[in-house]
Ligand binder design. Structure first.
Ligand SMILES: [Zn+2]
Length: 276
């Protein structure tokens, strides 16, 4: 199993508790990490146990390399030299992708629990469903059930010959450009969303929309679905509301504009640089 699926989700622990279990602990939306010889690590139970802290909302996430993964929240202040608290974006630059994705899962799970304490239908208290396989919150009064949710968003690299479409969003810092992205509307296909977002934001039509890959984006609970596409028709005309400037950039220009990161937007730009 481990060779094929490294992480096996489970509502209840799959192994006996161990001092090697991974613990994803959050305080004010920041993850507790261990700093060892300049490296950032996810704490194991043996690291957490010695801190003598109270942990709330403990959840089993599943199994990772035959160790239980658990998450929870802490309130206590910890003043240990080797303990630090990082937000997920900072974490993404300091640990391997798997550890980052597990931290994202933990954050999503804890936030989902927080947001579903009361029933959206009748307002009564919700409780965790007692199930080995199904992670759900159930209303104590009307039985309304909710499951953890993600909100899909598309992100697309549009090329025109040897150039890549990049846009400057009004929320970006000065000089930052990225590929086009946007949330999927309810009942919309990903492909239609790709066409719509590109047309709405920069006014061009595209063709050959191809799936590229996906990435959970836990800010707070998105899932980025990546695509590549080619220019079909039209002149760039930015919407002026979300996108302030957009243009076709050569490989050399792209290199000067972008910083590599763990994001799928960065992977799409890498794909362009490698293939054009
Ligand atoms: Zn209810």
């Amino acid at each position: 199993m481990n060779d094929y699926l490294k992480f096996e989700p489970s509502v209840k622990p799959l192994h006996k508790d161990s001092r090697e279990d991974y613990w994803y602990l959050f305080k004010d939306n920041k993850l507790m990490v261990l700093k060892e010889k300049g490296e950032v690590k996810i704490p194991r139970w043996k690291d957490v146990d010695v801190l003598n802290i109270s942990i709330y909302n403990i959840q089993s996430m599943g199994s990772y390399y035959n160790c239980n993964c658990k998450c929870g929240e802490i309130i206590d202040d910890i003043n240990e030299e080797n303990i630090e608290f990082l937000n997920l974006r900072t974490l993404s630059t300091l640990v391997d992708e798997e550890s980052y994705l597990l931290a994202s899962k933990a954050n999503l799970l804890l936030n989902w629990l927080k947001l579903n304490q009361y029933c959206g239908v009748c307002g009564s208290k919700m409780y965790k469903k007692d199930s080995k396989f199904e992670r759900a919150m159930v209303c104590s009064n009307c039985g309304n059930t909710t499951w953890p949710r993600t909100s899909p968003a598309i992100i697309v690299a549009v090329t025109k010959g040897d150039r890549l479409l990049l846009a400057h969003n009004k929320y970006f810092p000065e000089g930052k450009y990225s590929v086009i992205a946007g949330f999927v509307e309810y009942g919309e296909t990903f492909e239609d969303c790709v066409k719509r977002e590109v047309f709405e934001e920069v006014g061009i039509k595209i063709k050959n929309i191809k799936y590229f890959g996906s990435q959970p984006w836990p800010y707070p609970n998105s899932m980025m679905i990546g695509f590549t596409a080619e220019y079909l028709d039209g002149d760039i005309k930015v919407d002026g509301e979300e996108i302030l400037h957009a243009d076709w950039f050569t490989k050399e220009e792209v290199l000067g504009l972008y910083n590599k990161s763990i994001s799928i937007g960065s992977e799409l730009i890498e794909w362009f640089l490698k293939n054009h």
